[in-house]
Write a new protein. Sequence first.
Length: 266
Amino acid sequence: MKRLIAALVVLFVMSTSLSVFAEEGKKEEKGLEIPDSVLNIAKENTYTNPTQDLPYLQPSTLAQELLDSTDVSIENPDLIRIFNESTINNNKLAIGFRASVYLGEWPLAYHSEGTDVNWQFKKVNTNFIDNRGGNTPQKLTYTQEQQKKVVGGLTAKIPNSDAVKKMMMIKAAEQINVPLAFETVIGQGTKKGQTYNIPTKQLGYLHSFVPAVNEKGKVTYGEVYLTFKGGKRKLEVKNVTKQGIGAWIPVQDHLSFSFISSNQPK
């Protein structure tokens, strides 16, 4: 009997451990793996890129009440900010009072359908050494020859594009743990310490690229009304539509390096 109990305990522990490992595996799969060829240059960058703060907002009590009053999901940080900055005096909400205030047509939420990364989105630099006539191996390091600006953007024109870009960047940041911005600059003279060996009778090329996230999904639009009826305040969303959209969002202060050694010019 004791042996049976011991065996059951072992099986329970093993099954629990496997469940934990499975959950950990799922968590790892949520993010996108960053290749070893991609390096952070934030400290070395001679141009200081402004930090792009993602517009996460905690809804106020009133804002949360309004968001919960409709079945349509509202995630637009600009619209939530308006609710946060608003006040409504309940004393005026008499039983017989009725009103409907049109707040405009808004992009309400963004649903992601895919997040991918092009690690070589835009080439910004090439360092080169010709060692075909040399007697000893040479070392090649990265130095940014000219200042380069890389700009992303939406793949199509869309109403209220600034708010849409904010929501898309929030969703993309949930999938990859790197700073994102629709514009990033690599300053002239930026250097990185890693070296690449070039054998004799060879040419060496070190190309550097700014990566970018390709975010794709759908935006929900709707006409938003703030209504008062029977002493209750709530939101009504009418004429709801959805529109597909994509965006390229550069990865800020990161470079992807590609080294090529050859006896022929490339």
